[in-house]
Design a protein around this ligand. Sequence first.
Ligand code: ATP
Length: 133
Amino acid sequence: MKTLKVSVVTPDGPVYESDVEMVVARAQSGELGVLPGHIPMVAPLQIGGVRMKKDGKTEQVAVNGGFLEVRPDKVTILAQTAEAAEQIDLTRAEEAKKRAEQRLQSKQDDVDYRRAELALQRAINRINVAKRG
Ligand code: ATP
């Protein structure tokens, strides 16, 4: 089976690297599946889990936005933060989720509201990826 190299990179360094059969990410425009030989492109991503398929198994990486770049047989994901499933501290993500929910319930300005909303999305994404692996 043909494979493509996938790298997930953050400002702190590489987070994930593998040869996989398919990458499925949540682009701003919707779900995006990339197979070997995909046309070159760049797509902005949503906060979400990126699924890597290989040998009938799926691995997930929690990605906080960023961009996906496709080149022949290589996918690079650049994101502000990203964690492979086994790197996620579930307790920390659950606490972050609670904090964000409390902020969203309290009275605050638009800027803080948007910030809390994004923190909530990051936390929910990490919880989902940590639980599903
Ligand atoms: P928190 O409030 O728990 O810090 P956050 O969403 O504000 O969460 P970020 O600013 O997105 O955190 O990330 C800061 C750093 O901490 C990044 O390196 C990120 O990969 C890491 N990180 C954040 N949450 C977790 C987690 N639950 N498990 C493992 N690493 C995490």
